[in-house]
Design a protein around this ligand. Structure first.
Ligand code: BTN
Length: 329
């Protein structure tokens, strides 16, 4: 019902009469008034005029109702929102195990036990960042799982670029980077049989409206956020107000829709080529840290399973499947 009202506002871009809303939604004028009141309580600024009806002035920085009006395909058809969760990935894994459908997303405003790659913690403060997990049921073999991460990184990087103008790049395998600082990360978890992935959860964390001075010192030194990048004039948006998480999330979901189809069609080359276009890693001198091991070389390529191909100082090549990349000068 809320979505119906928001859709009408967007269609008209002006006043919509209470009478029209009531007729189109099949509810009384009094019920419409209650819905408008509830939307205002959720942060919508709606002007009311006895003669002309209602006009939407401003939407909140995040709104599930608005997100539903922007989703075009399977991704985000079901949205599970919590103000605060331990981890959206943890809940999404539980729900996926119980059979929840492909494309369902879990979103929170705040995570108490946000999980990062390699067993790390993902700092997840309550003000205005994206913490989202997407449940997918891809018909691919476990050996192609890295491609899921690759297609998610492509989708997030393109979505943030297109919705903010910030030149986001991907550091192998899946860090979202801007000016060598980390804007976001992706944690893919999955359940698989011997020969197929039963389901996977793509966990996406992006710093949007967070003020980096609230981050722990060690994180602050290497982190970026959308609002701070825009403040430095690196994008296209006005940053005098909070940035709409709704628009960024909708853009991610619509990109995921597109790139998931590419993955399922088996067009590995298309995925790898897009990843390469967005990569900040290839051609650079890097150090890869994996557990206690460290190895340096030039990041030369990625193969069609998403492994990083490193040119060693000896001239030989080495394929890397996991680790942390440190860019060397
Ligand atoms: C990384 O270490 O780069 C991956 C970070 C992934 C963080 C996101 S936030 C939403 C989802 N829920 C989690 O607990 N982690 C992922």
């Amino acid at each position: 019902m809320f979505e119906g009202i928001i859709r009408m506002f967007k269609e008209k871009d002006g006043f919509v009469s209470g009478e029209e809303m009531s007729r189109r939604l099949g509810i009384t004028r009094a019920a419409i008034w209650k819905k408008i009141k509830a939307l205002r309580e959720r942060g919508y600024v709606i002007e009311g005029s006895t003669a002309k009806g209602y006009r939407l002035i401003k939407t909140p920085e995040f709104s599930v109702e608005e997100l539903k009006t922007l989703v075009k395909g399977d991704f985000g058809k079901e949205i599970i929102f919590h103000e605060s969760l331990d981890s959206t990935n943890t809940l999404a894994m539980e729900l996926a195990d119980k059979g929840i459908s492909h494309g369902t997303i879990v979103i929170a405003n705040h995570q108490l036990k946000g999980k990062g790659r390699l067993g790390r913690t993902w700092f997840s403060p309550p003000k205005g960042n994206i913490y989202m997990s997407v449940i997918v049921r891809p018909e691919i073999e476990p050996k192609d799982a890295t491609l899921l991460t690759i297609m998610s990184a492509i989708s997030c990087a393109r979505a943030v670029r297109n919705s903010t103008g910030i030149e986001v790049k991907i550091k192998w395998p899946n860090d979202l980077m801007v000016s060598e600082r980390k804007l976001g990360g992706i944690l893919t978890e999955m359940k698989s049989d011997q020969d197929r992935i039963v389901f996977a959860v793509i966990g996406i964390g992006i710093n949007v409206n967070a003020h980096l001075d609230a981050f722990p010192v060690d994180v602050r030194a290497v982190a970026a956020s959308v609002i701070e990048e825009l403040r430095e004039g690196k994008g296209i948006k006005d940053c005098s107000q909070e940035i709409s998480r709704t628009l960024i999330i909708a853009a991610i979901l619509n990109e995921l829709e597109r790139w998931f189809k590419v993955l399922i069609k088996g067009s590995k080359i298309q995925l790898i080529n897009e990843w390469k276009k967005l990569s900040s890693t290839l051609g650079r001198k890097v150090k890869i840290i994996s557990g206690r091991d460290a190895i340096s070389g030039i990041a030369e390529d990625i193969d069609d399973e998403g492994m990083l191909i490193l040119r060693l100082p000896s001239g030989g090549l080495k394929k890397i499947s996991a680790g942390d990349v440190i860019m060397l000068r």
